[in-house]
Design a protein around this ligand. Structure first.
Ligand code: NAP
Ligand code: HSE
Length: 439
């Protein structure tokens, strides 16, 4: 076995610690799979004195990233710091020096993926990013390599482990949003800034990365219509189940007949018979529809130290093999990325779940139905919770009732306008909720 392949870690938190653990524990086996030993040469962090989950030789720790990037003996840089800057400049600098780069950084890839890929190709270096979407789920390889001969027409994914974990525990235990988010942070699922997860931005970043590979589309993350999960309450899970649905936070991408891209991120009602409906906890899943392959669903752990590190190390091995073979860029060769317009969601038709809280008074339903009708939204099913025909049937002294409806197909802009006028009615409490029904 010959020349050692030396790699450096930028960042050694949740994901970085998993990479140290896997590459140390499986060193001998990985060396046989590469044909050369992998040597961890440097670990750059913000605070070298901090206690770490992984056992690291203190001599490897540094806070001087520039020196790591200048070290010509380092072949591969693994960036697991996160955020657009300084990570973007570091990756650009590493690629310009001909180093291969492995990254899990979806926010950076969403903002600058095509640009970084072209720097990689210009400098004959690899840029690999399996861990950026789906944690341990091999969705990047599936789109990039396996479906290379096929055309992907649509994808629907549960791509944020934190959101799925929160929705699952709120549904099963009626747990509070705050307590479950704290647990997701403790388990290493959430981003350093957890609003990226719960407000849907992390899923939008991942959708941009998927759109790059599935549709050859360069899309700005800020152009992707994005909603998070803060408005979902345990009562919504109860009603969704009663209608035969689960609530999932989805990233959806598809090509419309006019070659526009319909890209969006939002919570949605998913029929219980669909595979995505039973994907719970930190699991992620991506359902693909392709011309030749037909339907397929990939499922696995979407976040956490070791599941994510498995994808990072798989990329590390690919890069190491390529360097041994003296080749680069094979996986992304000819990836033709163009800027593509995103279809306006407001004009699209969908079935809707509507939930509102109202005072239990005569005439309320008629006014709500009138407002929906005036905006061409017609009701398919309706349920009211908490009321009773006799005063003695009613629960407690609170006269607030929850009304939930499923609509027939309706244009999003009309649904939103109807809810605005309903929420302005004096008997409506708080903001009403509209969720799409998918599938
Ligand atoms: P993390 O636990 O917060 O770790 C970040 C690491 O970066 C820490 O070791 C930190 O150093 C280091 N760092 C931050 N700023 C730095 C700077 N200016 N210079 C040098 N080092 C710096 O984050 P993580 O959860 O491992 O996530 C890392 C990346 O992987 C992110 O892009 C994230 O989106 C992505 N990702 C995470 C998961 C997951 O499940 N957590 C899954 C997939 C992808 P200190 O330790 O000294 O503070
Ligand atoms: N915060 C992300 C999630 C990590 O919860 O899915 C994995 O990308």
């Amino acid at each position: 076995m010959s020349n050692v392949i030396r790699f450096a870690l930028l960042g050694c938190g949740t994901v970085g610690s998993g990479v140290v653990e896997l590459t140390t524990r499986n060193a001998a086996y990985l060396a046989t799979r590469v044909g050369a030993p992998l040597e961890l040469a440097r670990v750059a962090v913000r605070d070298a004195s901090k206690a770490r989950a992984a056992k690291i030789d203190p001599a490897l720790l540094t806070t001087d990233v520039a020196r790591v990037l200048e070290d010509s003996s380092i072949d591969i840089v693994v960036e697991v710091v996160g955020g657009e800057e300084p990570a973007g400049s570091w990756i650009g600098a590493a690629l310009r020096r001909g180093k291969s780069v492995v990254t899990a950084n979806k926010s950076l890839l969403a903002a600058r993926g095509p640009q970084l890929l072209s720097i990689a190709s210009e400098h004959r270096a690899d840029l690999a990013f399996e861990a950026s979407v789906g944690g341990a789920v091999p969705i990047i390889r599936t789109l990039r390599d396996h479906l290379v001969a096929d055309w992907v027409r649509s994808l629907r994914g549960i791509v944020n482990g934190t959101c799925n974990y929160i929705l699952t525990r709120m549904r099963d235990e009626s747990a509070s949003f705050e307590s479950v988010l704290a647990a997701a942070q403790e388990l290493g699922y959430a981003e350093a800034e957890p609003s990226l997860d719960v407000d849907g931005h992390d899923a939008a970043h991942k959708l941009c990365v998927l759109a790059l590979l599935a549709f050859g589309a360069s899309v700005r993350p800020e152009d992707v219509p994005t909603e998070g999960i803060r408005a979902i309450e345990p009562v919504d899970h109860r009603f969704a189940a009663r209608f035969g649905y689960g609530i999932k936070h989805l990233a959806v991408g598809r090509e419309t007949a006019g070659r526009e891209l319909d890209l969006r991120v939002h919570p949605a009602l998913v029929p219980l018979r669909m595979p995505l409906a039973s994907v719970d906890g930190v699991l992620n899943a991506i359902a693909l529809e392709a011309d030749g392959a037909g339907s397929q669903v990939l499922v696995g752990r979407g976040a956490g130290s070791l599941p994510t590190a498995v994808s990072v190390v798989a990329d590390l091995i690919d890069c190491a093999r390529n360097r041994r073979a003296g080749v680069s860029g094979l996986q992304t060769i000819g990836l033709d990325v163009t800027r593509r317009p995103i279809a306006a969601p407001q004009s699209q038709e969908a079935l809707w779940y509507l939930r509102m809280r109202v005072a239990d008074r005569p005439g309320v339903l008629a006014q709500i139905a009138g407002a929906l009708g005036a905006h061409e939204v017609s009701i398919e099913q309706m349920v009211q919770e908490g009321g009773g025909r006799r005063a003695s049937d009613r629960q407690g002294t609170d006269d607030t009732r929850v009304i939930v409806m499923l609509t027939h197909e309706a244009v999003e802009a009309n649904v939103r306008a109807a809810l605005l006028s309903i929420d302005a009615m004096s008997f409506v409490h708080g903001r009403s909720l509209a969720l799409r029904v998918e599938g």
